[in-house]
Ligand binder design. Structure first.
Ligand code: 7ML
Ligand code: ZN
Length: 878
């Protein structure tokens, strides 16, 4: 490496903080050139610290220090030392008041971390370590402080001034300026601090808690978006009720506020009492948002709201424990969404995401445990492993304990740790105690990276009338973890008889007879289970409901899979059988493009399409072919073009064979009457649009006509985007007209314009890279707006593999150019983009060389950020 390698931070080095901050009084003077931050901190030595007394270290980055005093006396330059990432003050007393004044420049903050400007609005993002860019502080989650925040600003420009907690006072202070003071009674870590100032409007509602407290609810947005907040408000109230019913958790402050911001690095942020959201996860009207967008809003509102208990009241001791709050909160929001819509479909979507992204991460150079043991830049660990695999780990605990004991365990967790900063071990201890279970082995799920593989085989003994299921588990090596231990895995299984019915299960040496699904508990590398009283050779239904985040290997025949598709009583397993079968066909047809489809498959799809009682939502999922990148993950070496061709050809073949049925479902599903987002309507639209997708594959006048008509009808954004993206794949003349029409119509709406960029980035046309490059020079493209970058660059590089991986490496050069440009402005977004090129080892030699050369080009830049350095170097090291 050309530069001094940034240092890693290790979990094993954790020590308690040497000092605590009981109270912080902050005063923000927001001006057009700069912001002055005055701070008064009540600090005392931590009685639990083992370090030698006397030296106080405060984090602080990019602060222009103007004053610093202890107990009212200004510090002399000899008494403190300013370093790159903070400030050391030697010989401080046991207990003292530290006052400081710093100047910061939110207007120039393009990293969108700390205090920054989004349009005309001031806002903050402090998780994980953004607070240190606002003022001197002990910026770590185990230091919990009561905050009072006073905000002073010009009243005409910034009529709304918000911070955490309850409002204490609001007054005009002359010269057109005003001051608002907020007080948060709950001690919190600095990462939950928030401030917003702007010209905002709000909608308001109220919620009465189970114990009868009335909570004021407000959603703040820029004036032009005030008509797009209703769905978010409804979602919030549902979330509040759900958390009371399912976890016994009530909201605790008198007011709960949400603010929508256009420039935001992530989805949203759970700041105490003042959640700040990427506007993408707040704003929706049927004309502007798709069904997916509506569902995304509901899920993210729930996620952030649920953090109030799982994250804020009980927080993380250190950032290695991130999954303590994130895994648990994702599991909670998944279950909430399952209850709000279709449970079966929600599970399928979550598993699809996990397999596509988390399994990929777990088998690549960035593989890490749910609780990592080292990091260079914590922002790089907000990963699908910490979030989604972390949620699967909590889900497994709830399955192992059963719903009653799980509820007892979370009750115990809230009661025992309220107000504390704790670890995943503390969480598991509550589960073990309330569940009366030994979870020592289970804890390996937190420390061991990699996706376990279950090799399963079945043996039927006709004379004895029993079925022996043998399971071998193993986990492949991951960087830094060459040897893996066996895990404690809940493995849900059923057995189907030849009529396709569930067989009541009786296990040898077990009294619990009669259930049709059994959760077997795997603990050893190899285990066998004998099922008794089995009259005929059964077909096993394995890993029902995806009971553990593992890869299942069982030698099903194509006929077995079709049988499970048709008969399994578990909806997830029916879908999974179909996916495995389709995946097999797609992979086989890469080398044998003319290979016939298994007997009966087309007929089965045809029957499902014309069955009036079919579950439309599930059918839509079944008809959704595995993505090209997921298929690539299933190959020894990714064959980018082969996969693309095979997938396109199968779509076309099915469309030809099932044209009549597809048309029938399409016409039957067309919009009649008003639009609503009931699960049944969403399912109908999604099935209808999948049918349209197959039909468009025929590339004839008639199906193109259907797409154009659907676009022009313009009933709702779901239908408009479905039609537009199909036309965008084509070479038809209408393509240009519709794209221009869409642009004209939605030019003024940032979130809809993002869709316009994405639909072009995802086109399968040959010239897509050229078009994407051209679009980076479009006046509406902005490298500083993360949503816009993701909508064009992110979409192209992550979801259009056949064009991104084009053989000459132009896609890689394009991404690298954007990463280097971004890294100077916003390292977090740059590093997320660079990740899209880190799995180079999965490709052919020529593509490997091209990607490596680009990664080396990134690392050769001396000023590269810690974020990008960590991703680039770990990818090249492995
Ligand atoms: C997950 C978030 C972050 C990063 C939001 C930022 C958050 C950290 C924050 C699920 C649903 C919505 C957003 C996120 C997400 C990556 C993903 N604390 O609340 O976790
Ligand atoms: Zn979260």
């Amino acid at each position: 490496m050309l530069r001094d390698a940034p240092k890693a931070i290790y979990l094993k080095d954790y020590t308690p903080p040497e000092y605590l901050i009981d109270k912080a009084d902050l005063r923000f003077d927001l001006q057009e050139e700069q912001t002055l931050v005055f701070s008064r901190l009540e600090i005392r030595r931590n009685p639990g610290s083992t370090a030698a007394a006397g030296v106080l270290y405060l984090h602080g980055e990019g602060l222009d220090s103007r004053a610093l005093s202890i107990n009212g006396r200004s510090l002399t330059p000899e008494e403190y030392q300013v370093e790159a990432e903070g400030l050391s003050i030697s010989s401080v007393p046991e207990r003292f008041i530290l006052e400081s004044e710093v100047s910061i420049r939110p207007q120039e903050n393009s990293a969108l971390e700390g205090l920054y400007k989004s349009g005309t609005m001031f806002c903050t993002q402090c998780e994980a370590e953004g607070f240190r860019k606002i003022t001197w502080f002990i910026d770590r989650p185990d230091v919990m402080t009561r905050f009072t925040t006073s905000i002073v600003a010009d009243k005409a420009r910034y009529p709304v001034l918000l911070s955490n907690g309850n409002i204490q006072s609001s007054e005009n202070i002359g010269e057109g300026r005003h001051q608002v003071v907020w007080n948060d009674p709950f001690p919190k870590p600095s990462y939950l601090f928030a401030l917003v100032a702007g010209n905002l409007r709000h909608i308001e509602d109220s919620y009465t808690t189970a114990s009868g407290r009335e909570i004021l609810l407000r959603i703040y947005v820029e004036p032009e978006n005030i008509d797009k907040c209703d769905h978010a408000m409804r979602s919030l109230k549902y979330s509040m009720a759900w958390d009371e019913q399912n976890y016994g958790r009530e909201y605790d402050l008198d007011i709960f506020m949400i603010v929508a911001v256009n420039d935001f690095n992530m989805g949203a942020m759970e700041n105490k009492g003042l959640n700040i959201f990427n506007s993408k996860f707040v704003l929706a009207r049927p004309e502007t948002a798709t069904d997916r967008d509506f569902q995304g809003i509901e899920g993210v509102i729930a996620h952030e709201y649920f953090h109030n208990w799982t994250g804020n009241r009980i927080t993380c001791r250190d950032w290695f424990q991130l999954s303590l709050k994130e895994g648990l909160t994702v599991f909670r929001d998944q279950e909430f969404s399952a209850d709000m819509g279709s449970r079966g479909v929600k599970r399928i979507e979550d598993v699809r995401l996990l397999r596509a992204h988390q399994f990929a991460e777990d088998s690549g150079p960035m593989a890490h445990p749910v609780r990592p043991d080292a990091y260079i830049e914590i922002n790089n660990f907000y990963t699908v492993t910490v979030y989604e695999k972390g949620a699967e780990v909590v889900r497994m605990l709830s399955l192992l304990l059963g719903s009653e004991a799980y509820r007892k365990a979370t009750d115990l967790y809230f009661q025992r740790h309220d107000g504390e900063a704790v670890t995943t071990d503390d969480f598991v201890r509550c589960m073990a105690q309330a569940g009366g279970r030994d979870l020592a082995q289970f804890k390996r799920w937190y420390s061991q990276a990699g996706t376990p593989e279950l090799r399963v085989s079945g043996e039927y003994d006709a004379t004895a009338g029993n079925y022996l299921l043998t399971v071998e588990q193993s986990t492949p090596a991951t960087p830094g973890q060459p040897v893996k231990q066996p895990l404690h895995i809940p493995f849900a299984v059923g057995l189907l008889n030849r009529q396709g019915r569930d067989i009541p299960l009786r296990l040898e040496g077990d009294s619990l007879a009669g259930a049709t699904t059994r959760v077997l508990e795997l603990r050893e590398s190899r285990q066998s289970f004998r099922f008794l009283d089995i009259a005929e050779h059964p077909i096993p239904s394995l890993l029902r409901g995806f009971s553990a985040p593992v890869k299942l290997i069982f030698e099903y025949s194509d006929a077995d899979l079709m049988f499970l598709m048709a008969n399994d009583s578990d909806g997830f397993s029916r879908w999974d059988a179909a996916q495995i079968l389709v995946q097999r066909i797609l992979l086989r047809r890469i080398s044998e493009p003319e290979e016939a489809l298994p007997d009966g498959l087309v007929e089965a799809f045809g029957r499902a399409l014309t069955d009036p009682d079919a579950d439309k939502a599930l059918l839509a999922e079944v008809l959704t072919l595995p993505s090209e990148s997921y298929l690539g993950d299933q190959m020894e070496e990714v064959d980018v073009d082969g996969i693309h061709q095979s997938r396109e050809a199968l779509k076309q073949l099915l469309a030809r064979e099932l044209r009549a049925e597809l048309l029938q479902v399409y016409y039957a599903g067309r919009e009649q009457g008003g639009y609503d987002i009931e699960p049944a309507s969403i399912a109908r639209r999604s099935l209808k649009n999948i049918c349209l997708g197959y039909l468009a594959q025929l590339q004839d006048e008639e199906s193109l006509g259907l797409c154009v008509d659907q676009y022009r009808q313009g009933h709702n954004m779901t239908d408009v985007m479905a039609a537009l993206s199909l036309v965008a794949d084509s070479d038809a003349d209408e393509r240009g007209h519709l794209l221009a029409d869409f642009y004209q119509r939605w030019q003024g709406d940032q979130l809809v314009l993002d869709k316009w960029f994405t639909v072009q980035a995802l086109s399968r046309r040959q010239d897509t890279l050229e078009q994407v490059e051209r679009l980076t020079r479009h006046p509406d493209f902005s490298i500083t707006n993360p949503n816009r970058v993701r909508s064009l660059v992110g979409a192209f590089c992550s979801a259009n593999p056949v064009r991104f991986h084009q053989a000459d490496g132009a896609g890689y050069r394009f991404l690298t150019d954007r990463v280097l440009e971004l890294d100077r402005l916003n390292p977090q977004v740059a590093s997320r983009m660079l990740r899209l090129m880190t799995r180079w080892q999965r490709y052919d030699q020529s593509r490997q060389n091209l990607m490596r050369a680009q990664l080396q080009r990134v690392l050769a830049v001396a000023s590269v950020s810690r974020d990008v350095y960590e991703i680039g170097s770990k990818s090249l090291e492995s």
